[in-house]
Design a protein around this ligand. Structure first.
Ligand code: GCU
Length: 427
């Protein structure tokens, strides 16, 4: 009897939800895009404009870099935030045999002080691998659903700020189906597997400082001592990238962590932030940017995935205010996604994708990688060592991973991330 329950629930769910799902599919662009498959060769228009300075070799690129950084800030993400000073104001051991004994879980409080009485606080969970006497490389992973959901533990303090409504309620039928659709690791990474591969995890809830709500973004900036009405005010993607760097500040002083081997991982909107953090902060050795899409690794000029008009309408708080003016005028952008990737060279980037996530434009990310790759060569290291999208080659510092199915985080994604880290974060 009990064995037939899942079947019964599935039939019931389908009967009740099919009309609703069809309605959503017809009206919602990301879902409609699931019916499509990305180009198997990544073919499409070349990335434009070409990267500045390359005709003068490495010196030319190094000279052009500040101009590229400024263009990115003006056009896409807004001004970088002041660095500020990070203090660890509390630290508590929660469990020294967490995740089946694989790691040690601690909770830290980070107090960040900024000019003009700006302040921010982050509750940072640090899980370090047991059984090794040397300092561990760390993966920095922000969470949208809060630390309890991300770490799968109820014995840690509740989030400072509420989680988005889609994170609740737990255990519902809808959640069960959402996780089979978006993958088993969309909320919580495979922490035990990560620890057993020798990596520490640093995790925090992005809403501690910057909730993903347009109506709250002004408050976020004011609390940080910034002017919410400044024409170059940072968007939330910029604030999330800055939070990654502030977590790196704290890890740099931690003897358990090898701060010369730091990686950031982000999915989707957080992948946009991870790429920006990598572009702006040279301490980040590896960026794992999964399905970053528009405003991340995918070329705007591709006109295939999410349009600028749509992203800036739905999420006006994500980017610099001026970005919206390029809707329908993608060709007038003074840069494209390959500029963002090039700024991470000669450090390492893995772009994760899936065939049916055309909303994130996997082909556009492939061509951005191809266009950025020569910058790695200028530094005398390998960039993209792949001729096919579906054969990730971690011998290059710029790599591309793609798998079947849709938007989300699955076991094969984390296998690829960890293989890339093993290759790129060797001691
Ligand atoms: C939306 C948005 C994307 C974003 C994604 C996500 O689909 O349009 O730009 O990447 O949400 O964060 O999951």
């Amino acid at each position: 009897m009990t064995q037939s329950r899942p079947l019964l629930r599935t039939s019931l769910f389908l009967a009740l939800a099919a009309p609703l799902l069809l309605g959503i599919a017809a009206s919602c662009s990301p879902v409609r895009y699931i019916m499509m498959t990305a180009s198997p060769t990544g073919a499409g228009p070349d990335a434009e404009p070409s990267l500045p300075g390359l005709e003068n070799g490495l010196d030319g690129w190094i000279q052009a870099r500040p101009e590229v950084q400024a263009l990115l800030s003006e056009t896409l993400y807004g001004a970088p935030l002041p660095v500020g000073v990070v203090e660890v104001t509390s630290r508590a051991l929660i469990d020294d045999a967490a995740y089946n004994g694989a790691g040690r879980l601690e909770m830290l409080t980070l107090l960040i002080s900024l000019p003009d009485d700006g302040q921010g606080v982050i509750d940072l969970a640090l899980v370090t691998p047991n059984g090794s006497s040397s300092a561990a490389p760390a993966i920095l992973i922000p969470s949208d659903c809060g630390l309890q959901a991300q770490l799968l533990r109820t014995d840690i303090s509740l989030n400072r700020n509420p989680v988005p409504s889609y994170c609740e309620p737990t255990g519902s039928m809808l959640e069960e189906y959402a996780s089979s659709f978006f993958g088993e690791y969309v909320v919580s990474p495979p922490i035990e597997q990560i620890l057993r591969r020798g990596y520490a995890v640093a995790a925090w809830h992005e809403s501690d400082i910057a909730p993903d709500r347009a109506s709250l973004h002004g408050e976020t900036l004011s609390a940080l001592g910034l002017d919410p009405d400044a024409p170059d005010r940072p968007g939330v993607i910029g604030v999330w990238a800055w939070m990654m760097s502030r977590v790196a500040d704290a890890l740099e002083t931690d003897p358990q962590i090898d701060a010369s081997r730091l990686a950031v991982m982000g999915h989707s909107r957080r992948a946009k932030a991870a790429l920006l953090a990598g572009a702006r902060d040279e301490r980040i050795g590896v960026v794992l940017a999964h399905q970053s899409g528009t405003g991340g690794a995918s070329l705007h000029r591709d006109n295939l995935g999410e349009p600028i008009g749509s992203i800036t309408d739905s999420y006006p708080h994500w980017f610099a205010p001026g970005y919206a003016a390029y809707a329908e005028h993608e060709d007038e952008l003074p840069l494209d996604a390959h500029y963002l990737l090039a700024l991470i060279a000669p450090r390492s980037v893995l772009l994760g994708n899936s065939w049916r996530d055309v909303w994130s434009d996997p082909a556009g990310a492939w061509r951005a990688a191809e266009a950025a790759s020569p910058v790695w060569s200028l530094y005398g290291v390998d960039g993209l060592n792949q001729t096919r999208l579906d054969q990730m080659d971690a011998s290059g510092r710029l790599a591309y991973h793609i798998r079947p199915a849709t938007h989300g985080v699955r076991a094969e994604d984390w296998n690829a991330f960890l293989d890339f880290l093993d290759a790129r974060l060797e001691p």
